[in-house]
Design a protein around this ligand. Structure first.
Ligand SMILES: Cc1cc2nc3c(=O)[nH]c(=O)nc-3n(C[C@H](O)[C@H](O)[C@H](O)COP(=O)(O)O)c2cc1C
Length: 200
């Protein structure tokens, strides 16, 4: 099959088809604060790590159907900061609850029973229950058509103690059970089934 999303019969199908093909995607559970310091949290799977010198990541918060930017994007515009909290299996259900469209200023963290923990490099809090969190400063936001791509400089990383081997300065992947986003809209995967392949 060859698909051309410019054809009228595929209008509106780019998102469900591509989001089901490009899998698994990591999930950023992004915490931000508004100008008054109120905390917001929402998951984004149009997300990835993009570089290490300096460490950068990016994610893409779209607009709501009415054309208004999502709260996460509004808060980053106001404060220039956000935290990417990684999502593991125990955090999956709560992450899903944070995707509820609550009124602006109402905390999804509270709604999902999650606990804010102070960040060190920025004002937006991280999530205490997350296995790891990346404190980010907005480097810039790209507008590509209706897409909005927020690029962040990772200023500080928090990792649950058991996941970090301090002597080897490595992540102990056996202790990290991140989940991935699969076919749109409701599918996920576990990442416990790994295999090793040595590079030639
Ligand atoms: C696993 C998952 C991944 C999501 N990924 C995205 C995404 O990449 N971009 C986006 O705009 N919305 C995404 N959403 C939907 C947002 O989380 C949802 O619109 C949320 O209400 C936005 O919250 P906010 O207005 O507080 O920023 C995703 C939802 C889930 C459950």
């Amino acid at each position: 099959m060859e698909l051309d999303f410019d054809l009228p019969e595929l209008a509106g199908r780019a998102y469900p088809i591509l989001a089901s093909l490009v899998t698994p995607r990591p999930i950023a559970l992004v915490t931000t604060i508004d100008a008054e310091g109120r905390v917001n949290a929402a998951p984004f799977s149009f997300f990835n790590l993009l570089g290490a010198q300096p460490p950068i990541c990016a994610f893409a918060p779209g607009d709501r159907p009415e054309g208004i930017p999502k709260d996460t994007a509004l808060n980053i515009r106001a404060t220039g900061q956000f935290v990417v909290n990684l999502v593991d299996e125990p955090l999956a259900e709560a992450m899903n609850l944070t995707a509820a469209a609550l009124p602006f200023g109402q905390s999804e963290l509270e709604h999902a029973g999650l606990t804010p923990a102070a960040s060190t490099a920025i004002r937006a809090p991280r999530i205490a229950e997350a296995p790891a969190a990346l404190e980010c400063e907005e480097w810039g936001t790209l507008r590509i058509g209706k897409n909005r791509v927020v690029v962040g400089l990772i200023k500080r990383v928090h990792v649950r103690d058991e996941i970090y081997d301090a002597e080897a300065k490595r992540i102990n992947s056996d202790k990290l059970s991140t989940i991935g986003r699969m076919a749109s809209p409701h599918w996920y995967c576990r990442t416990g089934d790994r295999f090793e392949m040595i590079r030639p």
